[in-house]
Design a protein around this ligand. Structure first.
Ligand SMILES: Nc1ncnc2c1ncn2[C@@H]1O[C@H](COP(=O)(O)OP(=O)(O)OP(=O)(O)O)[C@@H](O)[C@H]1O
Ligand SMILES: Nc1ncnc2c1ncn2[C@@H]1O[C@H](COP(=O)(O)OP(=O)(O)OP(=O)(O)O)[C@@H](O)[C@H]1O
Ligand SMILES: [Mg+2]
Ligand SMILES: [Mg+2]
Lengths: 256, 256
């Protein structure tokens, strides 16, 4: 059965796309069949796999509105065993269009159910907002991963994210579970990081992944080469951290 | 006349709120009467001035929907001469509500016109999205400031921001000008920063502020103390950079 993971946090710039790109790649590297879905009109996930804007013809917009099947729009990536549903420019209009559509929260869930995909994992990258697109991802997901930057503004938003998750569970998707919170861009030099990390572990307990993603310049260089950091520099601390995160995800999945 | 500045970039986490908080404070520090408006449901601007969620009763939601005047909802901050229209929890529903409202793009512009404010500057913090709230800010603004992180994903989004600005000029606000692009979180140690900065200056020319905001841990510590960095640590590199940015803004305004 295909496990659907949504990577969600309405706070901007916390490492959602970076986590979706590199976790998916690490899962594919250990033999899983993986699909990634770009649900952010910015289209950074598609860029992270080196797919230029010109090369994107049909994608997540068509599976939300034109009843395309996932296998009709998914394209291969530079990573063997990993396909992508890209974000095209049309997706920018999806938010307003969804507001008045019937079953507007279920469009993505129905698209995933409609298709005879044989993936082990489908990973959805979400925009920085608790909007209709993110709601679609949460309704379609089995569980969610929350990238969290150890910064004060980022912590502030967690409670409204949890309220939204609770709302989605009650009204649209009772099986939605929190797979875990992953601390990103962790910088040992920054005194705030240490103090905030202890707070987060107190608040979330064992929902916080043991793996912490360090701030690593190779991670931010990789997208300009159109590659995940695992392909760009496998020996980097960033690549190793995402490999560790992938093995933690697999272990947690086995427990569910 | 009150100059309305919108701080906009749909890319998340690039320093929009940090720029709004600290630029506004620096302008107030040199004697300008300043209003800040929190148009992001995350409410980080309100937090940056130490206004707790419990202390926020009426705010930007009421000026968009309940015809309140700005002077009815603006409250003072820890900074002398600086008032704020806060973001309350209701703002989270504003996006969907605006879609079907008459004159939906002009609500904020009309609120500013309706009020007898005599501020020198009104600075609007926007959410990380080119949505109805951001459209309201662009329609109400005389000019916009674009905080730009020197990172690959952040650069990618600039062209769609510019397209949106062009669209707003043609359809809603012909006077909308680009005040400038400010490079944020600049880290000399990061080889990417240097290379990307040259690209940005080539693309934008003299629309890029001379002032570059360095990555500075005191900036990210300040919100947890409910203060702008200028109050938290005036001698820090971050505080000094925002003072310099304020003097550049005043100079650019004089030229308009
Ligand atoms: N561990 C890391 N070390 C260094 N840079 C990182 C790291 N993780 C992410 N980055 C960089 O930080 C920026 C923000 O990350 P990213 O775009 O993945 O966040 P996001 O949450 O997807 O943003 P948005 O809210 O705009 O969708 C990017 O430029 C990315 O390359
Ligand atoms: N120059 C800087 N040096 C160090 N940290 C910074 C700097 N500027 C911003 N930050 C920190 O980086 C994070 C992102 O900044 P901020 O929240 O202002 O961005 P934003 O664009 O408003 O994000 P969003 O898209 O979520 O609204 C915050 O935790 C902030 O404290
Ligand atoms: Mg992203
Ligand atoms: Mg912000």
């Amino acid at each position: 059965k295909c496990r659907v993971l949504a990577v969600v946090n309405q706070k901007g710039g916390v490492g959602k796309t970076t986590t979706a790109v590199n976790l998916a790649t690490a899962l594919a590297a250990v033999g899983m069949r993986v699909l990634v879905i770009d649900l952010d009109p910015q289209g950074n996930l598609s860029t992270g796999f080196g797919i230029s804007r010109a090369a994107r013809s049909v994608g997540s917009y068509e599976i939300l509105f034109a009843e395309h099947r996932i296998e009709d729009v998914a394209v291969p990536t530079v990573v063997p065993g990993l396909s992508i549903v890209t974000a095209t420019a049309d997706l920018a209009g999806a938010e307003i269009q969804l507001v008045t559509e019937p079953r507007r929260e279920y469009r993505l869930a129905e698209a995933i159910a409609r298709s005879a995909v044989n993936y082990d994992y489908a990973i959805i990258d979400c925009p920085p907002s608790l909007n209709m697109l993110t709601l679609n991802a949460l309704t379609a997901a089995d569980s969610l991963i929350v990238p969290l930057q150890v910064e004060f503004y980022a912590l502030e938003g967690v409670s409204s994210l949890m309220q939204t998750v609770q709302l989605v569970r009650e009204r649209f998707n009772p099986r939605l579970a929190i797979m875990g919170v992953v601390l990103t861009m962790f910088d040992r030099r920054n005194s705030l990081s240490q103090a905030v990390t202890e707070d987060v572990r107190k608040f979330f307990g064992d929902q916080v992944f043991t793996t912490v993603i360090p701030r690593n310049v190779r991670i931010s260089e990789a997208p300009s080469h159109g590659k995940p950091v695992l392909l760009y520099d496998l020996k980097s601390s960033g690549a190793r951290a995402y490999m560790m995160l992938a093995s933690e995800v697999i272990k947690r999945e086995a427990l569910v």
